[in-house]
Design a protein. Structure first.
Length: 135
């Protein structure tokens, strides 16, 4: 199976993103904290693993939305790190908060709370943006 074509985006001091070249424009992010790289809801694609390893030491894969299975487990295995699905307890340097969904149902998502000291904007896909809080 051929690797998916991706477009790297959201370049900033603490990481980068990539968007799959498809209609839904699935977006993923790598966050770099103290030389360690955390992947957020990642989709595998051309150059992703190489780019992650160049950015620093792989630290973990975070799945923040229940239906974002994507390629997180496979990437975690290849990188030799843990795949955390909908984490509720802190995984330093991150904390997670629960939010309510629409129509009275809980939304099964674990928004990431980490203050990136940056004022840069992110230009991910049209349909999804990372749950990154800027200080």
């Amino acid at each position: 199976m051929a690797a998916l074509k991706v477009r790297f985006c959201d370049e900033f001091d603490h990481g980068f993103g990539w968007v799959v070249d498809e209609f839904m424009e699935r977006c993923s992010h790598a966050l770099v904290v103290d030389g360690r790289v955390w992947l957020v809801d990642p989709v595998d694609g051309d150059g992703v693993e190489e780019r992650v390893r160049t950015a620093g030491e792989p630290a973990g894969v975070l799945q923040l939305l229940d239906r974002h299975n994507r390629d997180g487990a496979a990437l975690a295995r290849r990188l030799g790190v843990e795949h955390s699905v909908l984490p509720r307890e802190p995984i330093p340097p991150f904390e997670f908060v629960s939010i309510a969904g629409g129509r009275g149902k809980p939304l099964r998502v674990a928004p990431l709370v980490y203050r990136l000291h940056t004022s840069q904007t992110h230009e991910s896909g049209r349909f999804w943006h990372a749950w990154i809080s800027s200080a």
